[in-house]
Design a binder for this molecule. Structure first.
Ligand SMILES: NC(=O)c1ccc[n+]([C@@H]2O[C@H](COP(=O)([O-])OP(=O)(O)OC[C@H]3O[C@@H](n4cnc5c(N)ncnc54)[C@H](OP(=O)(O)O)[C@@H]3O)[C@@H](O)[C@H]2O)c1
Length: 370
């Protein structure tokens, strides 16, 4: 009991958002000089109040940190591709899967950053089988060259993780003239997945995991202005692209029924990563100061943020689960617009045209009806 009280007191000191200096000093003093005498009734009321605040904050913090992948599955002999794995939750996911023994291919646009990340992952995981391949999702040509290299070097592909993403950028276009967020987050991954389907089917049971976002619930597919040429709003563009991730997964899972390849998507949580890099190009000090305590309490760290992706990639109980949306390592309902089968079909056809899949590439998805 005494240890718990002292522990709570120390934690309360650390995380109380607005403790008075005097109370804090008194509490500190107690932990050092009177700790041996601590019993509930001996703790001054204000310190106990702080402890209660502390417990509340700890519970809240734990709640915000979300689910944890409990699977101990090994991936020896398996090959994984992760897009955007040089930083953020992609890198954390890559490290975890390397620790499980997989051959991990980091598919990244910046080879220098990616090589540095690969070195770190090899060192931390003790797995030397971590490779880097150039992939710029903002270029259809780059996606095609990447797949050519993969099909030359890899005999199988067990897990494809569509993780890379860009958020709230200015009105930028991809090399092929698509709105950047739709182009990178959706179209690049759409083409990549379609071109890798033969390899994935050949390696079945295999999995496709797409990192979407809760932002899909604010999204709409602007079929009449898909590149947002008439009215550009970066948040609208991001939500559209993340809704596209959810609808893509839904339609893909249907098309892959009976192939042994599953397709799921997920919301990883709110995580402190580089994703907000376009939000404030010049940091505003007062906003940073204001947001820091809030983000410290409510945001996941990268390890926590990678858990749902890892769960979808390895959990044994998901062998036959497909077409689902996950959050905190559990199946959740996507927003109504993410469950719209008509829109999913329409988006699929539009995407086929936009990325220029030819007839033979479209046939990769042809599954004879049983
Ligand atoms: N962080 C969150 O709170 C949060 C919440 C919901 C969903 N998500 C989703 O989680 C995924 C990972 O994001 P994160 O938070 O880990 O962000 P991050 O740290 O910014 O990582 C994003 C990764 O995507 C890569 N990328 C961006 N544009 C690319 C392109 N054209 N071609 C290839 N790779 C490209 C980046 O490469 P560079 O380093 O070279 O730019 C980076 O490796 C994203 O899909 C994001 O939408 C994140």
């Amino acid at each position: 009991m005494r240890i718990i009280l002292v522990g709570l007191q120390i934690l309360a000191e650390h995380i109380c958002l607005n403790p008075s200096v005097v109370s804090e000093l008194e509490c500190r003093q107690m932990t050092s000089s009177q700790s041996s005498m601590l019993r509930t009734k001996e703790i001054p009321k204000h310190c106990l109040h702080q402890s209660h605040q502390g417990i509340g904050l700890i519970l809240l913090r734990r709640w915000f940190s979300g689910g944890v992948c409990k699977s101990k599955a090994r991936l020896d002999g398996k090959t994984v591709i992760i897009t955007g794995a040089n930083t953020g939750i992609g890198k954390e996911t890559a490290k975890n899967l390397a620790q499980r023994g997989a051959r991990v291919i980091l598919a990244c646009r910046d080879l220098e950053k990616a090589s540095k990340a690969a070195d770190e992952i090899r060192k931390d995981s003790g797995n030397g089988n971590v490779l880097v391949q150039k992939l710029d999702l903002a270029s259809l040509q780059s996606v095609r060259s990447f797949v050519d290299r993969i099909t030359e070097t890899e005999t199988h592909l067990d897990i494809l993780i569509n993780n890379a993403g860009i958020m709230w950028c200015p009105k930028w276009k991809t090399e092929d003239g698509f709105e950047m967020q739709f182009g990178v987050n959706h179209l690049g991954h759409f083409l990549l997945t379609n071109l890798l389907l033969d390899l994935l089917k050949k390696s079945a049971p295999s999995r496709i995991v797409t990192v979407a976002s809760l932002a899909h619930s604010r999204g709409k597919i602007h079929f009449d202005d898909i590149n947002l040429d008439n009215f550009y709003d970066s948040a609208v563009g991001y939500s559209q692209s993340k809704l596209a991730n959810v609808l893509f997964t839904r339609e893909l899972a249907k098309k892959l029924k009976g192939t042994g390849v599953t397709a799921n998507c997920l919301h990883p949580g709110l995580i402190m990563t580089d994703l907000g890099r376009h939000f404030m190009s010049t940091p505003v000090i007062w906003l940073t100061v204001l947001l820091t305590p809030i983000t410290a309490l409510t945001f996941k760290n990268r390890w926590q943020g990678a858990q749902t992706t890892i769960h979808c990639a390895v959990a044994e109980e998901l062998d036959n689960v497909s077409g689902q949306y996950f959050s905190d390592c559990a199946v959740k309902d996507a927003a109504p617009q993410g469950r719209d089968d008509e829109a999913a079909k329409r988006l699929w056809e539009l995407s086929v045209t936009m990325v220029g899949l030819d007839e033979s590439e479209r046939q990769k998805l042809h599954v004879p009806k049983s």
